[in-house]
Design a protein around this ligand. Structure first.
Ligand SMILES: *Cc1c(COP(=O)(O)O)cnc(C)c1O
Length: 436
C-alpha cells in the first residue's frame, strides 16, 4: 500500500482533471478554488497540497525523461507532460496556474516571481528588433520604463495613446505604429493595455482596441492587458477581446500584502513562447509562494466583494465631505464615455480610488499622517486599507508636465480599501480630515 510499491499511486505529473460541472451546471471559479487540479490520493491523502520543496524530479523511466524534455524544449509542441526541474515547473505552480486560468476563462496561465517579471518576460517573448509596441498610458511606472528604457536598447520602439481613446483615435494610433514598424523593418508586436490606469482610474475601451487592432493588423498581433486593478473579479478582459491577461498577484489575488508574484494567462498559442522563455530565464514563482497564492485564491472573491462594498460606503461618505475636492472612484464616474466603457467591461467599481483633498501637498500630508487604521504605504489590494501620495511617492520621478497631463496632482491621495469594518474606516477618515 505504500507509495514505493510498484502497484502504488504514480507521482503527480499534471493537475488531474477535476470536477468542473455538476449535471449541466458549470462550477464557478469560487467553488473550484478549493480543489481544482489537486488529487489528495497522490499526496498521502493530505487534504491540502503539500509544498514541494525540490529542485528536480525523478523520472519514472529514461524514455519518459526524454519525452518530458521534448516538451520543455519545444521539440514537441504543447508543453511538457511531466515534472522535470523547478526552473520549469512544479506541482504547486501547476495547480496554481490551473486555478488562475479559470478566473479569466483562459486556456493556460503562467506564474512568475513578480508582476514585473511576468511583464518583462511577456514583452521579450514577443518583441524583436525593429518591432513596435502600442500601449495605453499611463502604465505602471516600471512597465512604462521597461518599454521606453530597456526594450529601446534592443531596437524596439513604442507608440502610446491615452487610456480613454476612441475607435477613431485608435485607428490613427495603429496607422502610426504600422508606419513606424515598416520604417524600422519590423512589425507591430503587441498592443499592451492597462485599465483602469493608475492612479487616475481612466478605463481603456478594450472592445474598441480589438476592433482597431483587427482592422490594422489582423489577429496575429496579441492584445495584452494588465488587469491587476479590477481582476479577477470585476473585469474579464478576454470577454472584450483581449488575448493575454497580466496580473501582479502581489495585489488583490495575493491579497494579504505578504508576497510578491505575477502571472499571465491566455490561449496556449500565446502562452507557449512565454513559457519557453521562462524556462530559459527562470522567474517562475517559488513553491512556497505558489502555495500561499492557492490559499489566497480560496478567499479572493470574499475579500474583493467585502473590499468593494467597503469602498462604496467610504466613497459615499467622502464625496459629501467639505474637505474633499473630488473622488476618482469607478463607482462615481462623471464622464459619459468612461461610464459607457465601465458598463460594457466591468462588474464592480473596485476598492482602489483617488481622493483629491482640498489644498495641496501640505493638506494631503496632514491627512496621511493622521490616519490611524489606514497604513501609509504604496501597493494595493490587501486586507488592510492603505493610503499614499503618488506625486510624492510612486510617481515622484514622473516629469511635472507629464504629471499635469495625467492629472497626478499634489492633492491626490491614493486609497486602497481593505476588508476592515466600513464604519471604522469612515471614523478614521473623519478624524484624519478633521486634522487637515
Ligand atoms: C504592482 C503592479 C505591477 C508590478 O507588480 P509586482 O508584483 O510589484 O512586480 C504591475 N502592474 C500594476 C498595475 C501593479 O499595480
Amino acid at each position: 500500500m505504500s507509495d514505493n510499491s510498484e502497484s502504488g499511486p504514480t507521482p503527480a505529473r499534471k493537475p488531474k482533471a477535476a470536477v468542473t460541472m455538476i449535471g449541466n451546471r458549470p462550477l464557478s471559479p469560487a467553488t473550484m478554488m478549493m480543489g481544482h487540479g489537486y488529487d489528495p490520493v497522490l499526496s498521502e491523502g493530505s487534504l491540502k497540497a503539500p509544498i514541494f520543496l525540490t529542485s528536480t524530479f525523478a523520472f519514472p523511466s529514461a524514455a519518459e525523461g526524454k519525452r518530458f524534455f521534448e516538451g520543455i524544449t519545444g521539440k514537441v509542441p504543447g508543453g511538457t507532460e511531466g515534472l522535470v526541474y523547478s526552473r520549469f515547473n512544479g506541482p504547486n505552480q501547476q495547480i496554481l496556474e490551473g486555478r488562475l486560468a479559470l478566473w479569466d476563462g483562459a486556456e493556460e496561465a503562467l506564474c512568475f516571481s513578480s508582476g514585473m517579471t511576468a511583464i518583462c518576460v511577456l514583452f521579450m517573448a514577443f518583441a524583436s528588433a525593429g518591432d513596435v509596441i502600442v500601449h495605453s498610458g499611463p502604465l505602471y511606472a516600471a512597465s512604462e520604463g521597461f518599454i521606453a528604457k530597456t526594450l529601446s536598447r534592443f531596437g524596439v520602439t513604442y507608440v502610446d495613446f491615452p487610456a480613454g481613446a476612441t475607435r477613431d483615435e485608435l485607428d490613427v494610433v495603429m496607422a502610426k505604429a504600422k508606419t513606424q514598424a515598416a520604417s524600422q523593418g519590423g512589425k507591430v508586436a503587441m498592443v499592451y493595455l492597462e485599465s483602469p490606469a493608475n492612479p487616475t482610474n481612466a478605463l481603456v475601451d478594450v472592445e474598441a482596441v480589438r476592433d482597431a487592432r483587427d482592422a490594422a493588423f489582423g489577429p496575429n498581433c496579441p492584445i495584452a492587458i494588465d488587469n491587476t486593478f479590477l481582476g479577477p473579479l470585476w473585469c474579464r478582459p478576454i470577454d472584450q477581446g483581449a488575448d493575454i491577461v497580466v496580473y501582479s498577484l502581489t495585489k488583490y489575488i495575493g491579497g494579504h500584502s505578504d508576497l510578491v508574484a505575477g502571472s499571465i494567462a491566455g490561449a496556449s498559442k500565446w502562452m507557449t513562447p512565454v513559457r519557453m522563455l521562462r524556462n530559459t530565464m527562470g522567474g517562475i514563482a517559488d513553491p512556497n509562494t505558489a502555495w500561499m497564492l492557492m490559499r489566497s485564491l480560496e478567499t479572493v472573491e470574499l475579500r474583493m466583494t467585502r473590499a468593494g462594498e467597503n469602498a462604496a460606503k467610504v466613497c459615499k461618505w467622502l464625496a459629501a465631505h467639505p474637505k474633499v475636492e473630488k473622488l476618482g472612484y469607478l463607482g462615481m464616474i462623471d464622464d459619459p464615455r468612461q461610464q459607457d466603457i465601465f458598463d460594457r467591461h466591468c462588474t464592480g467599481a473596485g476598492s482602489t480610488f483617488s481622493l483629491y483633498v482640498k489644498g495641496g501637498e501640505a493638506e494631503a500630508f496632514r491627512l496621511l499622517d493622521n490616519l490611524k487604521i489606514a497604513k501609509l504605504a504604496v501597493s494595493l489590494g490587501g486586507t488592510e486599507t492603505l493610503a499614499s501620495l503618488p506625486a510624492a511617492m510612486t510617481h515622484l520621478s514622473v516629469p511635472d508636465a507629464r504629471k499635469a497631463q495625467l492629472g497626478i496632482t499634489d492633492n491626490l491621495v491614493r486609497v486602497s480599501i481593505g476588508i476592515e469594518d466600513a464604519d471604522d474606516l469612515i471614523a478614521d477618515f473623519e478624524q484624519a480630515l478633521a486634522a487637515v
